[in-house]
Design a protein around this ligand. Structure first.
Ligand code: NAD
Length: 471
C-alpha cells in the first residue's frame, strides 16, 4: 500500500477495495468514482493596508447523481484542488451512507484566517460567493455550501446575504447555503450537529457487546476514556456531549499543544479558557504537552481525530493505544495507518459515517428553508394538548396526581427535539446497515470503512439505475 498517494487517490483506493464486493459494470463504478466537475477561482482582494492580494479558491462537485450537491467550505492554508476533490468525494459517499439525497461537493479558500481581519474575510467570502454564482456553483437546487474547517455561521451569513442580494425575487434563495445563524433562517442544532452525531454514532457502536468484546472493552459509552484532537466546532461539541453521556474526556490536542488529565477535563472550563486566551496553553488543572501529537499516543479507550486529514499515519499508528478510533474529521487516517490499527484489533468508525451529523442537519435546514416553516410550528400545540388530555384521563383512572415536574416532561416536539430525534435516528440506522454489511461478508473480511463504502456504492448505483442510464 502506497502512503504517497494523493488524498483523492486514497479515497479512490477505499472505493476500489469496496467495489470488489459488488458486481456493477466497470463503467458505472468509474462514473460513481470520478469527480464530475471542479473549478479553480482566483480573484484579487484589497487588504486593509491597501495592498492587493490574489486569492485562490476551489469548488468541486463530485457527483451529480442527486441534486443539489452539498458540502462545506473550508479556509485553510492546506487547501488545494486535490484536497477539495477528495473531500467532495467523501461527501458523496457520506450522503449515501446516511440516506441524504444530495450529491457530494466541497469548497475551500487557501488562507490562514488568523492573518486576515474580519472585514478582509468578509470581502473575500462575498467575492468568492459572487464567483460561485457567476460559474453556477451555488444555488438551492444546484450546490449548497455549509461550514467546515476554518469557517462558521458568520461566513454562511455572508454567503447567504450575497446570494440573496443577487437574486432578490428567488423565493427559495434562503436554501442556497446551510449552517446559517438561527436568525438568518438557520436551524436549531446545526452548529452542534456534527459533534452530536459523532456521539450518537459512538454510543451506537459501543452498545454491541460482541463488538466491544472484540476490542477488549465493556459495552456502553459510560466511563470510556477519550482523547480528542482539534477543539473547534466538531471537537468541542463532541467533547461536550460525550461528557453528558458520562464518557471521560481525558485529553485535548490543539494545534499549539495538548492538555491531559487522567480523571477528566472540564470541557466548559477548557473552552472558556481557550476563548478568553486564544489557546489551551497554560490551562490549569491539566498536564501540558508541548507537542500535541504526543497526546494521541496516550492510553485511552477512544481517540477522536477532529482536526484535519492525514493525522494518523504509518509513523504514529504503531504507538496509538486507543481501542476505538472515531473519525470525526474527514480523512484523518491514512490507508497504511488503517491497516496497522486493524491488525492491532482496533475498531475504526469511519468519517463517511461518523461525521455525517453535519450534513444530516444541513439537510433538515434545507428542507425547512424550502418549506418556509419551522419544524414543530404546525403540530406542537396540538400534540401538547393531546398529551395533556391523555394524562388527565390516566390521572382520573388511576387516582395518581402528577407533580409539576412530571408534567413538565410533557410537551409537543419543538424544532430542537425534531432535529435531534432525526439525527439520532439517522446515525442509528446507518450504523445498523454498516453492521449488516459486515455480517454479510464476515467481520474479518470487511471493516466498517469498507462496509460503509459498499453501502454507498449500492445506493448511488441504484440512483443511476433509476435514472435509466445504466442497466
Ligand atoms: P474548526 O475550524 O472549527 O476546528 C478545527 C480545530 O482543529 C481548530 O481549533 C484548530 O486549531 C485545530 N487544529 C488544526 N490543526 C490541528 C492539529 N494539527 N492538531 C490539533 N488541532 C488542530 O473545524 P471543524 O468544523 O471542527 O472541522 C474539523 C474537522 O471535521 C474537519 O476535518 C472537517 O472537514 C470535519 N467536519 C466538519 C463538519 C462541520 O459541520 N463543521 C462536518 C463534517 C466534518
Amino acid at each position: 500500500m502506497v502512503e504517497s498517494l494523493s488524498f483523492f487517490q486514497k479515497v479512490n483506493e477505499n472505493f476500489d477495495k469496496a467495489a470488489k464486493f459488488t458486481d456493477y459494470p466497470k463503467g458505472l463504478l468509474e462514473q460513481i468514482k470520478i469527480c464530475n466537475s471542479s473549478c479553480h477561482f482566483t480573484f484579487p482582494i484589497k487588504r486593509d493596508d491597501g495592498t492587493i492580494e490574489t486569492i485562490h479558491g476551489w469548488r468541486a462537485e463530485h457527483s451529480h447523481h442527486n441534486l443539489p450537491t452539498k458540502g462545506g467550505i473550508r479556509y485553510s492554508t492546506l487547501v488545494n484542488e486535490d484536497e477539495i476533490m477528495a473531500l467532495a468525494a467523501l461527501m458523496t459517499y457520506k450522503c449515501a451512507v446516511v440516506d441524504i439525497p444530495f450529491g457530494g461537493a466541497k469548497g475551500g479558500i487557501q488562507l490562514n484566517r488568523n492573518e486576515y481581519t474580519d472585514s478582509e474575510l468578509e470581502r473575500i467570502t462575498r467575492r468568492f460567493t459572487y464567483e460561485l454564482i457567476q460559474k453556477n456553483y451555488i444555488g438551492p437546487g444546484i450546490d449548497v455550501p455549509a461550514p467546515d474547517f476554518g469557517t462558521s455561521e458568520i461566513e454562511m451569513a455572508w454567503i447567504f446575504d450575497t446570494y440573496l442580494t443577487m437574486s432578490p425575487d428567488k423565493l427559495d434563495a434562503i436554501a442556497c447555503v446551510t449552517g446559517k445563524p438561527i436568525k438568518q433562517n438557520g436551524i436549531q442544532g446545526r452548529k452542534e450537529a456534527t459533534g452530536r452525531g459523532v456521539v450518537f454514532g459512538l454510543e451506537e457502536a459501543c452498545s454491541f457487546e460482541d463488538d466491544m468484546k472484540q476490542v477488549g472493552l465493556d459495552p456502553g459509552i459510560r466511563g470510556k476514556t477519550v482523547i480528542v484532537q482539534g477543539f473547534g466546532n466538531v471537537g468541542y461539541h463532541a467533547s461536550k456531549y460525550l461528557t453528558e453521556t458520562d464518557a471521560i474526556v481525558i485529553g485535548i490536542a490543539e494545534i499549539d499543544g495538548a492538555i491531559y488529565h487522567p480523571k477528566g477535563i472540564d470541557i466548559e472550563k477548557a473552552s472558556t479558557f481557550r476563548n478568553e486566551t486564544g489557546s489551551i496553553r497554560h490551562y490549569p488543572d491539566a498536564t501540558f504537552f508541548e507537542n500535541p501529537n504526543d497526546s494521541l499516543e496516550l492510553e485511552c479507550d477512544i481517540l477522536i481525530p477532529a482536526a484535519l486529514e492525514n493525522q494518523i499515519t504509518a509513523a504514529n499508528a504503531p504507538r496509538i493505544k486507543a481501542r476505538i478510533i472515531g473519525e470525526a474529521a474527514n480523512g484523518p487516517t491514512t490507508a497504511k495507518a488503517h491497516e496497522i490499527l486493524q491488525q492491532r484489533g482496533a475498531l475504526i468508525i469511519p468519517d463517511t459515517y461518523l461525521n455525517a451529523g453535519g450534513v444530516t442537519v444541513s439537510y433538515f435546514e434545507w428542507l425547512r428553508n424550502l418549506s418556509h416553516v419551522g419544524f414543530g410550528r404546525l403540530a406542537r400545540r396540538y400534540e401538547e394538548s393531546a398529551y395533556n388530555a391523555m394524562l388527565h384521563f390516566i390521572e382520573q383512572a388511576t387516582g395518581y396526581q402528577l407533580s409539576d415536574e412530571e408534567r413538565g416532561h410533557v410537551h409537543g416536539a419543538n424544532e430542537t427535539d425534531i432535529v435531534n430525534s432525526g439525527l439520532q435516528d439517522t446515525m442509528v440506522n446507518a450504523y445498523q446497515e454498516i453492521r449488516e454489511t459486515r455480517a454479510k461478508y464476515g467481520r474479518e473480511v470487511v471493516d466498517c470503512r469498507t462496509a460503509a463504502f459498499i453501502n454507498a456504492i449500492h445506493k448511488i448505483a441504484q440512483s443511476y439505475m433509476q435514472l435509466g442510464i445504466f442497466p
